[in-house]
Design a protein around this ligand. Sequence first.
Ligand code: HEC
Length: 216
Amino acid sequence: MDSKQGRNGLGSNDDALQAEHEKVLGKQPDENGHYRLLPLNLLFLLSAVILFGGTYLGRFSGYFHPKVYNEYGLPPKAGAESAAPAVDPLVLGKNVYAQVCAACHQPNGMGLPPAFPPLAGSEWVSGSEERLIRIMLHGLQGPIKVKGVDYIGAMPAVGPGSGYNLNPEKVAAVLTYVRKEWAGIDVPVSAAKVSEIRGKDGTRAPITAAELEKIP
Ligand code: HEC
């Protein structure tokens, strides 16, 4: 077949077709002398839209992470994946103190002599952690000497299974708070230690000062 002869039989050849296409593609002016270029304004508009869209997604997409909607792309906090949010033991302890202990030992920790001994300045609060944990878990049966004064009362247990039913985490937190607040001790009491002593001692009758003094 003659290559100059169009296949459609209408007399066009390859050069004519090519020329026609190039007009359509905008490389040549059409019959009216117009180039079919993209209008320049539209080009700027589209550029602006793409720039805005890209910037927007870059800032607010949260990296398209399936789990986290983190629009500012801040680095995840340590432990953020774990179920329970970390609670500051001093904050928790302060709350527990206000709800459970303050009624007797007073919000300022000064107690209410002669019934309730003070925690502020108490040698028991500044003393052995093991003894303090046992007072919480078992309760305390007087007499007990605090800052030179004898108290003959009884403190109820506040730990797991008691009327207050504080879990080991809350017992540890309230002791951490009490020691920090009224003895200046900045070493937290751990929930694990509370559980350990609970496991060793089990549930028992209120402990006495005489028994506590044998515990280091
Ligand atoms: C129902 C009143 C009551 C509540 C509630 C109570 N206590 Fe006591 N607490 C006492 C009494 C009474 C004593 C002294 C017991 C005795 O005479 O043997 C005491 C003794 C103590 C002691 C040892 C003596 C001293 O003053 O240092 C500590 C420590 C203590 N309580 C801490 C706490 C903490 C912490 C809480 C809260 C989790 C708490 N108590 C809740 C009544 C209470």
